[in-house]
Each structure stands twice: as C-alpha cells, then as structure tokens.
Design a protein around this ligand. Structure first.
Ligand code: GUN
Length: 282
C-alpha cells in the first residue's frame, strides 16, 4: 500500500483564506514585529516568506534587520519599545541568534501576550501544566492540526519524536502528552534509536539530517511527520527518506508542502489572535 500524502499546503491555504476574511473585518490591520540579527541564509528566506504570507492576508510586518554583531542591549531596547507600542500585536525574534547573544534572555523579554512564537516561559509553562497559554509555537501547532485532521483521536498512540528542540520537539511532546499519547523524545545521545522508532504509531523527525529515517526505522502503517528542510544534491528533502518509506507507512507529510506551509499559517493565526487578546476579544 502506498502512504497517503498529508497535504500541508492545501490546509495552510485554507487557514490563510479564513484569516484574510477575518482580518478584512477588523478596523485596522494586526501588526507583527520581526527581529532578525545577521544574514543567515535560511533565516533570510524564512523571514521573507513570513512577510510575504502576512502581506497576502492583510497583516502588517515591521522588520528590524540588525547587523550580526549587534549587542544585547540594543535588541532588548527594541523589544521594550515593541512591548510598549500598542500598534504592535506580535513580536518574534528569528532563531538561531548569533552565538554572542543569550537567546533565553532575549526571548524572555517579550511580553507573553505578544510572544506569538510561544517560546516565552510563561507560554511554555502553561502548556506544560495543560493550561491555556496565550500562544503555542507555530510548527508544533501546525503539526497537531495536520495529524488531527488525519487521525482525530490520538489517545493511547505511541509517539516518537526525533529531536528535542525548543522550537519543535519539546512543545510537540507536551501537546501530544496533553492528547493522552505515550511520548518518547529521542535525541543525539539516544542509544538504539531504531528500537524506539520501530514502535511508533506516529513518528516525527525534526533533527535536520537529510533522509535519516529509512524503511527499517518505521513500523508498518505508521504516520510520519517530516519537519526537516535539507538539501541533498541541491534538491530540497526532509529528515525522512520519502522514496524508501512510501510503500510502508500509512501517511506522510511531504517536503516541501507538508509542515513548512503550516508553520507560517499558524504564525499568522497567532498574530491575529494576539490582536484579539490585546483588544480583549479573546
Ligand atoms: N527558526 C526556525 N524556526 C523558527 C520559528 O518558528 N520561529 C523563530 N523565531 N525562529 C525560527
């Protein structure tokens, strides 16, 4: 049997169309402030894509593109200004930051009610407690939406995550746990990783290693979520070897066209929600 393709692009387009209609009914456009430090190639592309997608649905962005040697105080001042500016509804700091900067200190300065990336400890802590945070990180939120469209009841599923990052692995593990899944988080120090991945009903690869996951890593009829965006001989590919697993899995998110478009759509959703929160409408 050939795996069903979980089409993130179409789902993301639906989310964006719904947001566009809702935003056009607001008295003014929500605004997202984006702080980008340095000229990392991938970050430049991600930020450009976020700005383009925002503009298409009537959401404003303000980009603070700073040189890579910018000091911490300058960035904290920009965040303070955005925190205090009622016109700014959401603030994100594109990661990774250059090594001389303290990522946690910078993220923690963003007001939790404007932290549309959902990285502030208030928001991650509320998620951990299974309470309602203001915001949940966009990539895990997008993944949950795709999985729940395909498989609405996740209770009791064995979920294995490859990667324990702040951006994907950790919040996604919590979201899955909150849906009554049994969750294993694997990482670079995990021994005999295939013993775990072969038991997964749902396997999420978010480790940034091109085509790491092969057919012998997976259980038959599993659901595979590929968060990787890598280049292999110039061609974009994920962390899962798509051609190798396609006859064995039940469903898979393609790269491109799977998780990536959902991440952007969920960031736009969070920014719209931030506007509502700040206007006491949510
Ligand atoms: N770098 C990679 N993914 C993300 C993301 O979702 N948000 C931010 N701020 N930086 C990232």
């Amino acid at each position: 049997m050939t795996a069903q393709i979980i089409d993130g692009k179409t789902t993301a387009m639906q989310v964006r169309a719904e947001l566009k209609a809702k935003i056009s009914a607001l008295p003014n456009a929500p605004m997202l402030a984006i702080i980008l430090v340095g000229d990392d190639d991938s970050s430049l592309i991600y930020v450009r894509n976020k700005q383009k997608a925002a503009a298409e649905i009537g959401l404003k962005t303000e980009l603070y593109h700073l040189p890579k040697d910018t000091d911490e105080a300058t960035i904290l001042k920009i965040i303070d200004d955005c925190n205090g500016n009622a016109e700014v509804n959401g603030i994100i700091v594109q990661l990774p930051l250059p090594k001389h900067l303290d990522t946690h200190k910078i993220i923690n300065r963003i007001l939790p009610t404007k932290d549309v990336d959902g990285f502030h400890p208030y928001n991650t802590g509320m998620l951990q407690n299974n309470e309602k945070p203001y915001f949940i990180a966009a990539t895990p939120l997008g993944i949950m939406k795709l999985i729940q469209n395909y498989c609405p009841n996740l209770s009791g599923k064995n979920v294995v995550l490859i990667g324990a990052s702040l951006i994907v692995g950790r919040p996604l593990a919590t979201l899955m746990l909150n849906q009554e899944c049994t969750v294993s988080i694997t990482h670079i120090h995990t021994r005999n990783i295939k013993d775990l991945t072969r038991k997964a009903d749902i396997l999420v690869a978010a480790c940034g290693v091109a085509k790491l996951v092969k057919a012998d890593w997976i259980k038959s009829d599993s659901i595979l979520i590929d968060v990787g965006i890598n280049r292999d001989n110039g061609k974009i590919c994920g962390d899962i070897d798509f051609d190798d697993v396609i006859e064995k899995a039940a469903a898979i998110t393609p790269v491109p066209g799977g998780v990536g478009p959902m991440t952007i759509a969920m960031l736009l959703q969070n920014t719209y929600d931030a506007y509502l929160i700040q206007h006491s409408a949510l």
